[in-house]
Design a protein around this ligand. Sequence first.
Ligand code: FES
Length: 174
Amino acid sequence: MTRPVSVSLNVNDAIWHVDAKPETPLLYILRNDLSLNGPKYGCGLGECGACAVLVDDRPVRSCTVPLAAVGTRRVTTLEGLAVSGTLHPVQRAFIEEAAAQCGYCLNGMIIAVVGLLQRNPDPDENDIREALRHHLCRCGTHMEILAAARRAVTYAGAARDAGLIPADTMEVSP
Ligand code: FES
């Protein structure tokens, strides 16, 4: 039986100290210890995508990532996307397209699109669909979610064209 360990986590650009067993899923730490409830518990098996967060800018399913595997990597949750109260363009796009019905899956959808834009600033329709393919939505708002993702791509392109973000960076700024 493992014992709790004390670790420091870099979450949303802040250092948090937690005491937990090394095998504790990152999702539990985020929700229960840090009160970051953007990531949702859906299946707990890495299947649905509701728990997605970014680790070093890559989407991962936090229900399957043990605390011990996080180390010094940067974790970004839905709460960490907005800057000084200004929503991330992907969040804005999802609101403007009214992409939520129950909204439970949207954390994962938004994180997936942010991750997509960070590795590919100009994704095409296939790229968008591939990024979202393994995220489940039981309400069936797939059309609105795809529309939101396309709108987010447009916003990211406009920000790039306006020089707000260099084309070769992995950041998307409002
Ligand atoms: Fe993590 Fe479903 S709760 S993938």
